[in-house]
Write a protein that binds this ligand. Structure first.
Ligand SMILES: [Zn+2]
Length: 125
């Protein structure tokens, strides 16, 4: 958790309305997802590679920031963050709203959740 949030103020992401999404966000923050890098580390997957990018390990960073499979959703997310005045596009910002003014943290997490839902990957996270 310390990777994405460096204080212990009330968390803007506790929603309790969509359990699968809350679980996915928590797993992403802890680094314990069902993405293939983690499954491979646990000897559950034969390789660590992204299902759409056969030579690239499927890390959380790859899923959020690089994978071409989610390019259009990522572009929408980035555009919406810019409209909020959030210019940083990295995992601490997306998963913990780190560095974002408290008045906009909930909106950042809401946009991240929209990305996750649109990606169709919630069962894999
Ligand atoms: Zn990929």
């Amino acid at each position: 958790m310390g990777l994405y949030k460096n204080d212990f103020s009330p968390q803007p992401w506790v929603r309790k309305t969509f359990r699968q999404l809350d679980v996915a966000l928590t797993r992403l923050r802890l680094g314990h997802t069902r993405l293939t890098v983690h499954l491979h580390r646990l000897h559950i997957s034969p390789d660590p590679y992204c299902p759409w990018c056969p030579t690239v390990p499927e890390t959380i960073e790859h899923f959020f920031l690089e994978c071409p499979c989610f390019y259009s959703h990522r572009t929408v997310l980035r555009t919406q963050l810019l409209a909020l005045g959030v210019n940083t596009f990295d995992l601490p910002t997306l998963l913990g709203a780190t560095g974002v003014h408290p008045s906009r943290q909930s909106a950042v997490i809401r946009l991240t959740c929209a990305f996750l839902k649109k990606s169709g990957q919630l069962p894999r996270l």
